[in-house]
Design a protein around this ligand. Structure first.
Ligand code: TDO
Length: 188
């Protein structure tokens, strides 16, 4: 497993080893003991999958407020997507900064997004599947969102008119959402 920090140092890119043979490949997509040895001692309680038909489908930017804050380990099971994390921790020197990484079935990459970050993604191929492990359960009452095309964040999604849910199409602006985080999330 190769682990590389991104421009947001708490957001990590993980590339599990693939054992290829004449059938295809085998890969451990999560191994708690090995990851703990590598400094990522995490407990996941929920696994999620979503599937998007059209390329240019955008989901985000989402978070869950404490005490239900979620860290997410994201990978692409099929197709290709652009995964984005935004630092939403008050007091962080990188508050409001974002990072994007292409995740695909082909490259097998994963992105670790700690609690305290917004998460969103846009699909880049038809029939794209995303899978992610979460460190806390879904809690509808703790859900929050920031609009994907916020000018203060200026995220380069590579699409102008994405397919959105009604909820995401009417999400509030970054400057109007009070961060519920303490600022220490994601610290080692
Ligand atoms: C996220 C979630 C949704 N749901 C339900 C609520 C709703 O009826 C339906 C669809 O929910 P949404 O429209 O919020 O799904 P979606 O827009 O795919 O939301 C997801 O987006 C990405 C970017 C994330 O990071 C996730 O945490 C989650 O917020 O699924 C659950 O039952 N459990 C869950 O964990």
């Amino acid at each position: 497993m190769d682990i590389t920090p991104t421009d947001l140092p708490e957001v990590l890119m993980l590339t599990p080893r693939r054992f290829g043979d004449s059938r295809g490949f085998f890969s451990e997509t999560w191994n708690a003991a090995r990851m703990a040895e590598a400094g990522l001692d995490l407990t996941f309680v929920q696994d999620n999958q979503s599937y998007s038909e059209a390329p240019g489908t955008l989901r985000g930017l989402h978070f869950q407020a404490p005490p239900h804050a979620q860290g997410k380990l994201v990978r692409c099971g099929r197709g290709r997507l652009w995964d984005v994390a935004v630092d939403f921790r008050p007091g962080s020197p990188r508050f409001g900064h974002w990072v994007g990484v292409e995740l695909s079935f082909e490259n097998g990459r994963q992105l670790w997004i700690p609690p305290g970050f917004l998460h969103g993604f846009v699909t880049r191929e038809p029939g794209t599947e995303i899978c992610y492990k979460c460190t806390d359960f879904y809690a509808a009452e703790a859900e929050g969102a920031v609009c994907w095309d916020d000018p203060d964040l200026a995220i380069d999604w590579g699409v102008d008119r994405p397919v959105l849910s009604d909820k995401d199409a009417s999400a509030p602006r970054w400057r109007d959402v009070q961060s519920p985080f303490t600022g220490t999330e994601g610290m080692a």
